[in-house]
Design a protein. Structure first.
Length: 150
């Protein structure tokens, strides 16, 4: 089947549901969910290095979840029981980021990273698809990519 047929099927399915209107925007946002080895260390890192904010947590209660956010971008952090395999991004040709955050001004992110002493994993790199990206590694070896895509 061609993509036109699939598109028609999707349109019919969406329009037949209550409130289904192909012309209205329904999706609001997305967030990565990252399993971390130390919730407090990870939450603090996103706050201190990337200028995210986080809800005040009572660390004596041993929370297992934290939401860090900044200007509409959110990352959910979930306490895990095992540390992940470190440096999985260092195999040539296998660099895949774990979260991508679109930005309007990549220079502001670069300046923030310099001020907070956060080393770049890669970039700035101009990609063939038109985006310029910089990447950082968080404490659990998650690759966080910031991209400007005009």
């Amino acid at each position: 089947m061609g993509s036109g047929v699939l598109g028609l099927r999707s349109e019919k399915r969406l329009c037949s549901q209550p409130g289904g209107n192909m012309n209205s925007n329904n999706l609001i946002a997305t967030a990565a969910v990252l399993i971390v080895s130390d919730l407090r260390v990870s939450t603090d890192w996103y706050v201190e290095h990337l200028d995210f904010s986080a809800a005040k947590l009572d660390w004596n209660e041993k929370p297992t979840f934290s939401l860090v956010e900044r200007e509409g971008a959110a990352i959910m952090l979930k306490q895990g029981v095992q540390k992940r395999v470190a440096n999985r991004h260092l195999t040539p040709g296998s660099v895949v980021f774990d979260a991508f955050i679109w930005v309007r001004d990549l220079r502001k992110i670069e300046m923030l990273l310099k001020v907070t002493g956060t080393p770049l994993f890669a970039g700035p790199t101009k990609r063939a698809y038109g985006c310029t990206e910089i990447m950082v590694l968080d404490p659990d070896d998650y690759l966080i990519c910031f991209g400007y895509c005009p």
